[in-house]
Design a protein. Structure first.
Length: 206
């Protein structure tokens, strides 16, 4: 899928505004520029940012009600995926986005994007999750930890109730099966629109 097709899906299927698309264009250029000095994303994905990073992140917006005046927390956001991509198209000033990242370099990059694009209601938290307590209705995760570790963090560090939305690769079902050996939980598994082998895992934690 090329950039034009990815942008078309963002606009026509995922309801990204013209202003949001323009902000993503700036985000992309800054990402490529910073990536020359810092290892923010794999260099092999630089020519696929719209598809591999922006569209992949944006697709989980359909699981989030941005009108409920709550918040989402992105654990291990890296260069801002998926949390910052979702925040760019958030139109509700009462809905907050929290980005958690242990790399100071990546936090600095994200903060520079937030400032440059004047994105509202976003806060970056630097540090290890070990020392944090998280309160959000939605927990979004892309490239972070194995499912069992995520479940442990959910139980120990995140205030209940909350909904977990995880972008996983082809090993999603295998990770679920391993985790089910230790505890019973309900989940839904849906196909990703960016990769036929990748999955989106959702879990309601009460």
């Amino acid at each position: 899928m090329n950039d034009t097709e990815s942008i078309s899906i963002l606009r026509n299927t995922l309801n990204y505004s013209k202003d949001s698309i323009n902000k993503l264009k700036v985000y992309k250029n800054e990402l490529i520029f910073y990536n020359r000095r810092y290892n923010l994303i794999s260099s092999s994905t630089e020519d696929k940012i719209w598809f591999r990073h922006f569209l992949d992140s944006a697709q989980i917006g359909k699981y989030i009600d941005f009108e409920d005046n709550n918040s989402l927390s992105d654990l291990g956001t890296g260069a801002g995926f998926p949390g910052l991509v979702l925040a760019i198209n958030n139109k509700n000033r009462l809905f907050h986005v929290k980005l958690y990242e242990k790399s100071k370099v990546k936090c600095n990059f994200i903060n520079s994007i937030i400032k440059k694009l004047e994105i509202k209601n976003v806060k970056v938290y630097h540090g290890d999750l070990t020392n944090l307590k998280i309160k959000s209705k939605y927990i979004v995760i892309r490239a972070f930890k194995k499912l069992q570790e995520i479940i442990n963090i959910s139980r120990e560090k995140i205030e209940k109730p909350h909904k977990i939305i995880i972008l996983k690769g082809k090993s999603a079902q295998e990770e679920i099966n391993k985790a089910l050996k230790f505890q019973i939980f309900e989940y839904k598994l849906e196909n990703s629109i960016t990769d036929k082998e990748s999955k989106i895992v959702t879990m309601e934690i009460k």
